[in-house]
Design a protein around this ligand. Structure first.
Ligand code: TRP
Ligand code: ZN
Length: 853
């Protein structure tokens, strides 16, 4: 298992499994240390693979008690990864494989397979966890109907599909829909149901349940409401109806990721289910809504139509992210959602795409598949679908999706299948478009403009820098949404989509009365870096006048970056005209408060480091931190009056509501507070903390206090109030480290790591502390190297316990090549120390090896 040089799996090596499975029958006799799993699997030869074949089954950490074929005992050859039964030991035709294995859920700290979380048995099988439950062809193109019997004294016994029997100490579930093993789930524990129902478009009644620990029932209402709205939305927008009699959601505290779409039995990280105004922030509410929708939408995009192999992961993830983004746009504000999504894309995916971990949306090799649940597969995967939709239009998209569901229902499909439905539905050739799936890297789009005799010409050059293993980057199809404004701010050419297909290409606009101002890449119509030499006056003009809300925000963003880069790298003074333009946005009450809040938010320090690096400079984290604070201070001084007025005007009145409008007001209020905090000695933050009746404001106030080097008393009070609530204590750890002063971040993290509540084997708690340290840019990259060392120490401590989470967390180092020689040497030393550690997991070996380069 701990192979020194694990061989990569290649897309090119795909071959179908030589058997099909007609049915799976599982019995679980649950015991914390000695669970018995009895499997009866009906195999038959796969007609696409003629001839006789050995039976190869995956299996890890399983103790085989007995095995038989058609009732006759067999003795397969076993190794660390599974077992083989030679072709001469199996009939030439259908046969029944039976096996009993023993597993130890309590010892399973990796949280993959069957494990225990706070006394609850639960499973996580994606991507390759089912092989830790029983011997099986653990690959997504082997689909089968499952019947499951659970034997245990636990009050709640759950699995996939419909309940088909229960008695004292047992329950039976039947899932009629053929599924791959990664969608299998089992939960058993002392759980309470929060019930509701949904009637589908064809009039079928579905029982909905959210299962939580006793005492948590009163924090499930928002998740349930989100689920019902998701079910309705998927019927209305995609024509997709739910297909079982029950839909169960379980919340568990120990989980490696956000949530999992197991058929009929979604398992969630409890932080994405449990919420009340007192304990959850507006961001938590929005995430709960989005992830509940995401997992529910997988029922069609992922479960009914699944992936042929893990290289096709974006087939389900990119599409399902795209669908959950559409859902949130419909539930909330579409422009605000688009800006939020682009912020995430740039912060996570661009960062990945510009570094050593760059890979295509559809990779063609991997060592450990868990390392490919990335921002590129998810977020860029969604962007690619957004571009397709723009290119074929809303009607074309609808036709293509209808064809997709029609043609591939019940199948394990590929990206080729996906593109083919678009070609067949719209008649468009997508050969060049496919490069978005196969080529890594973020294209850079350089624009130049020319004006003569009423003709305005835009010339674009596209260039994609080389990425690991891919030197040449042929041109891609880039949909560039453009609008033209005339100098008084009116729109003279409404949004049109230019289709760029060449390396260099010009587009002309004729018969214009005066030279226009171009608004380019409206709505962020392609995931590219737009490189455009524009002076600050034109940016300020677009910030004031652009009719496209995304580009209006983007103009302010670009302006802020220009100003900050000048302050950080050239010691320039804060720009007066920028501050005035910001003041105009702040005062414009025709604009949504959430939108104004986004405009007020300065680019993050990590974003600025990337921007400076792109401009050929070496970013200095301390100078970036100081420059950003200096600009915030200047804004607060110059706009003090309107900031105070807005801060007061946005106070919550009446009862708390988590809806977008109310959340937008709180976001704007906290945005004002964050700026004023630089000049008011923390007085406003302290009084807000004292009076706040919701977590959004009390957490926001606490963050401000800590950022100003204050808040010791409040940190204590927060702990006293919330010490029995794990999710809130996660915030308590996180806020102290994420907002610590740069010189104190590593020390604070070290001190908190000694706290009795630092239960480091719990991924949420580990991420709260270590993730917060990595998110504190100036603290993490402190010249002392203390944070690097501390962080690497903890990666090495977690790896033997939970390699999947460790590998994900190691991406904190992926940007190391941006920095100065001293910092690079410090990080390299840590990466080398990690790689030299004996027994390092395959996950971390691959990830840190790629980062190190
Ligand atoms: N399929 C899940 C989602 O996108 C992701 C997921 C949950 C996952 N748990 C995992 C992926 C464990 C890999 C390993 O919704
Ligand atoms: Zn997903």
């Amino acid at each position: 298992m701990k192979d020194a040089t694990p061989q990569p799996t290649l897309l090119a090596d795909y071959a179908p499994y030589p058997f099909v499975i007609e049915g799976v029958d599982l019995t679980f006799r649950l015991a914390p240390k000695t669970t018995r799993v009895l499997a009866r699997i009906a195999f038959a030869p796969n007609p696409t693979s003629p001839g006789r074949h050995d039976l190869c089954l995956d299996g890890e950490n399983l103790t085989l008690v007995s095995a038989s074929v058609d009732g006759k005992p067999v003795r397969p050859v076993q190794d660390d990864t599974g077992l083989t039964l030679s072709a001469d030991q199996i009939p030439d035709g259908p046969f029944l494989w039976e096996a009993e294995v023993e597993i130890d859920p309590e010892a399973n700290t990796a949280l993959e397979g069957l494990y225990m979380s706070g006394g609850i048995y639960c499973t996580q099988c994606e991507a390759e966890g089912f092989r830790k439950i029983t011997f099986y062809p653990d690959r997504p193109d082997v689909m089968a109907p499952f019947k499951v019997r659970i034997e245990s004294d636990m009050p709640a016994l759950l699995s996939n599909g419909n309940p088909t029997g229960k008695g004292a100490g047992w329950a039976e579930w039947t899932d009629p829909w053929p599924k791959p093993a990664y969608l299998f789930a089992l939960v058993a524990g002392d759980l309470k149901a929060v019930p509701d129902t949904f009637t589908t478009m064809s009039g079928r009644k579905v029982d909905l349940n959210i299962w939580v620990r006793d005492g948590d029932q009163d924090r499930c209402a928002y998740a349930m409401d989100s689920l019902i709205r998701s079910m309705k939305w998927d019927e209305e927008v995609y024509g997709r109806e739910y297909d079982l009699d029950v839909f169960n959601i379980v919340a568990v505290d120990d989980f490696n990721m956000g949530a999992m779409e197991n058929k009929g039995l979604n398992v969630f990280n409890s932080k994405l289910v449990l919420a009340s105004p007192e304990t959850a922030t507006d961001l938590d509410f929005e995430r709960i809504e989005g992830v509940i929708a995401h997992e529910y939408f997988h029922n069609w995009t992922g479960n009914r139509i699944t992936c042929r192999d893990w290289f096709q992961l974006c087939l389900k993830e990119g599409l399902t992210v795209f669908r959950d983004q559409q859902f949130t746009s419909d539930m909330r504000s579409a422009p605000v959602k688009r800006i939020d999504d682009v912020l995430t894309l740039r912060a996570r995916q661009f960062r990945e795409d510009m570094g050593p971990l760059a890979h295509p949306v559809r990779p063609d090799h991997y060592v450990e598949i868990n390392n490919f649940y990335t921002a590129t597969v998810y977020e860029k995967g969604a962007e690619v679908i957004g571009m397709l939709k723009r290119l074929v239009g809303d009607e074309g998209y609808k036709k293509a999706l209808d064809l997709y569901f029609d043609r591939h229902d019940g199948e394990a499909a590929t990206i080729e299948d996906w593109l083919k439905v678009f070609e067949d539905a719209t008649g468009r050739d997508l050969a060049q478009f496919k490069r978005w799936y196969t080529d890594a890297g973020t294209p850079r789009l350089t624009v130049s403009e020319a004006w003569s005799d009423g003709t305005y010409t835009l010339t674009f050059i596209q260039k994609t820098p080389p990425t690991p293993g891919q030197d040449k980057k042929p041109p891609r199809v880039i949909p560039i949404a453009v609008g033209l404004l005339n100098p008084n701010g009116d729109e003279v050419v409404p949004t049109t989509v230019l289709e760029m297909t060449e390396a260099t290409q010009s587009f002309r606009f004729d018969t214009l009365a005066s030279r226009p101002v171009a608004s380019i890449l409206r709505g962020f119509s392609a995931p590219v870096v737009l490189d455009r030499k524009v002076d600050q006056t034109e940016r300020a003009f677009l910030l004031a006048h652009d009719t496209d809300p995304f580009n209006k925000w983007e103009a302010g963003r670009a302006l802020a970056k220009d100003v900050l880069a000048g302050m950080i790298a050239e010691d320039r003074a804060p720009s007066q005209s920028f501050i005035e333009a910001l003041g105009a946005v702040l005062a414009d009450e025709s604009l949504d408060p959430a939108f104004r809040a986004l405009c007020l938010r300065l680019p993050s320090e990590d974003d600025l480091a990337q921007t400076l690096h792109d401009a050929g400079r070496v970013p200095d984290p301390a100078a970036i931190h100081a420059g950003r604070a200096a600009l915030a201070t200047a804004i607060a001084r110059h706009l003090q009056k309107p900031l105070v007025a807005t801060y007061d005007a946005m106070a919550t009145e009446g009862e708390f509501s988590p809806d977008a409008a109310a959340a937008g007001k709180r976001a704007l209020r906290l945005g004002c507070l964050g700026l004023l905090n630089h000049i008011d000695n923390g007085t406003r933050a302290a009084s807000l903390f004292a009076s706040a009746s919701n977590m959004t404001e009390s957490h926001g106030a606490l963050a401000c206090l800590i950022e100003g080097g204050r808040g010791t008393r409040e940190i204590g009070a927060f702990y006293e109030r919330w010490q029995t609530n794990r999710l809130v204590i996660d915030k308590w750890f996180m806020v102290q480290v994420a907002h610590a002063l740069p010189d104190e971040a590593a020390m604070t993290a070290e001190r908190l790591s000694q706290h009795p509540d630092f239960d480091w084997q719990n991924p949420n708690r580990f991420r709260a502390l270590l993730g917060a340290l990595a998110a504190n840019h100036a603290g993490f990259h402190h010249a002392s190297g203390a944070a690097y060392r501390f962080y690497a120490d903890w990666l090495l401590k977690l790896d033997p316990v939970n390699p999947q989470t460790t590998a994900r967390m190691s991406t904190a180092f992926e940007t190391w090549a941006r920095y100065d020689e001293d910092r690079k040497a410090l990080i390299r030393a840590e990466l080398d120390r990690i790689l030299a550690t004996p027994g390092l997991s395959r996950d971390v070996t691959e990830m840190v090896g790629r980062i190190r380069g």
